[in-house]
Design a protein around this ligand. Structure first.
Ligand SMILES: [Zn+2]
Ligand SMILES: [Zn+2]
Length: 116
């Protein structure tokens, strides 16, 4: 019955909410994540978006308003490529990264206390 915490988290369900303008992800551990398009687009991890930074600093994401998610293309079992209405399609979001972007209270609190 118990799922080991070491099991990699994968989306159990992924859908677009037109109403909320957000990508909804329900994870294999039951966690619910809602990612507004503007935020998600601003968090694009591709080389063109993050520039010379090696890693996206998720505490400093600048939302990019006015875009919506056009398509999702799963990349193997670990990532998804997101296609945007501004014709941007080079962002491959690994599931780890996608999960780290969660904006819920629980995750934001965890983010404030970096794990050792
Ligand atoms: Zn990008
Ligand atoms: Zn969360």
């Amino acid at each position: 019955m118990t799922s080991p915490s070491s099991a990699p988290l994968i989306p159990r369900e992924m859908r677009v909410s037109e109403e909320d303008q957000a990508l909804i992800v329900v994870w294999s551990d039951g966690h619910y994540e809602a990612l507004p398009f503007a935020y998600l687009r601003g968090a694009c991890p591709c080389a063109a978006c993050k520039g010379h930074h090696k890693k996206v600093d998720i505490s400093k994401i600048t939302p990019k308003p006015g875009v919506f998610l056009v398509e999702r293309q799963p990349q193997g079992r670990y990532a998804v490529r997101l296609l945007w209405s501004d014709a941007h399609y080079t962002g491959i979001f690994t599931y780890d990264y996608l999960r780290s972007l969660c904006l819920c209270q629980e995750c934001l609190q965890k983010r404030d206390q970096p794990s050792p």
